[in-house]
Write a protein of this length. Structure first.
Length: 251
C-alpha cells in the first residue's frame, strides 16, 4: 500500500514536470529563472509540502491539511515565477476558501473515523447500539433529574457538552460514552462511587481528569479508577476535540 502511494506521488511529479517542459518547448512559458532566493524558496516549500502530505497518507505523522496547503501555495508561487500568471507571497489571503474545503473534508473524515479508544468486556453493554447524534453548532446538556445514561456516540462541530452523572440513572454494565468535536468544552461530573475510564485527546487546549493535567498542542490523558476493571457498573469515556477544554471530575 505504501509503495503504491509513493508511486502515485512520483508519477504526479513526473507528469507535472513533463507538462512544464512541454509548455516550455512550445514557447508558451519560459523556464529561464534567476536562481535567487525569491525563486528558490517556492521549490523548498513544494518539497516540504509533498513530504508532509505523503507522511499523512502513510500515517507517519504529517498533516494532509498543512501538506496540501503548502503544495498548493508553492505551486502558485512557481507558476508566478514561470510567468503563467501573477501570484505573490502576499496573495496568500486569496486562498481563504480552502478553509471551507478543509473544514468540510475534516467533518466527513471525523464522522467516519473515531480516534478515541473504547474497550468492552463480557460485563459490558457493547452489544447495545450507541445513541448517535451529529450536529454542526450547538450546546448540549445532560443534567435533568434521573436522566437515563445510555451508550452514546456524539459529534459536534462547534459547541459545549455538559454531563452531570450525579443526577443520572446509570444502569448495570459498561456504558460507553464517546464525544467528538471541532471546537468546544466538555465537562463531566461523575459520582465518586461510579468507576470509570477515560481516554481524552485534544489537539489544542487542556485536559483535567482525576488529578492529571495536560495543556498545549496534541495532548492526551488516559485515566482509570482503581475499581474500574472489576466493576459491574461503570462508564467508559472517550473524548476527542480539535480545540477546547476537557474537564472530568468526581464529586
Amino acid at each position: 500500500m505504501h509503495n503504491k502511494i509513493s508511486q502515485v506521488v512520483i508519477a504526479l511529479i513526473l507528469v507535472l514536470f513533463g507538462f512544464v517542459l512541454l509548455l516550455s518547448n512550445l514557447n508558451i512559458i519560459s523556464l529561464e529563472m534567476r536562481w535567487t532566493w525569491g525563486n528558490i524558496y517556492p521549490l523548498i516549500l513544494l518539497v516540504i509540502g509533498l513530504k508532509v502530505w505523503l507522511d499523512a497518507l502513510l500515517k507517519k505523522g504529517g498533516s494532509w491539511i498543512i501538506g496540501s496547503f503548502l503544495t498548493i501555495f508553492s505551486t502558485l508561487l512557481l507558476l508566478d515565477r514561470l510567468g503563467i500568471f501573477e501570484f505573490s507571497f502576499g496573495d496568500v489571503w486569496q486562498l481563504w476558501p480552502l478553509l471551507f474545503i478543509y473544514f468540510g473534508f475534516s467533518i466527513f473524515l471525523d464522522k467516519n473515523k473515531s480516534k478515541v479508544k473504547i474497550e468492552y468486556d463480557s460485563k459490558g453493554s457493547s452489544s447495545n447500539k450507541p445513541k448517535s447524534k451529529h450536529m454542526m453548532i450547538g450546546d448540549h446538556s445532560f443534567n435533568e433529574e434521573n436522566w437515563k445514561v445510555e451508550p452514546m456516540d456524539l459529534w459536534n462541530g462547534v459547541g459545549d457538552y455538559r454531563f452531570d452523572f450525579t443526577r443520572a440513572f446509570i444502569p448495570d454494565g459498561d456504558t460507553p460514552i464517546i464525544v467528538r468535536g471541532w471546537v468546544g468544552d466538555v465537562k463531566m461530573l461523575i459520582p465518586k462511587h461510579v468507576p470509570f475510564r477515560v481516554d481524552a485527546k485534544v489537539k489544542t487546549g487542556d485536559i483535567r481528569v482525576g488529578g492529571q493535567k495536560a495543556d498545549g498542542m496534541h495532548r492526551s490523558v488516559e485515566y482509570e479508577t482503581d475499581d474500574y476493571s472489576m466493576a459491574t457498573r461503570r462508564l467508559t469515556i472517550g473524548v476527542d476535540l480539535k480545540v477546547g477544554s476537557i474537564r472530568i471530575e468526581q464529586v
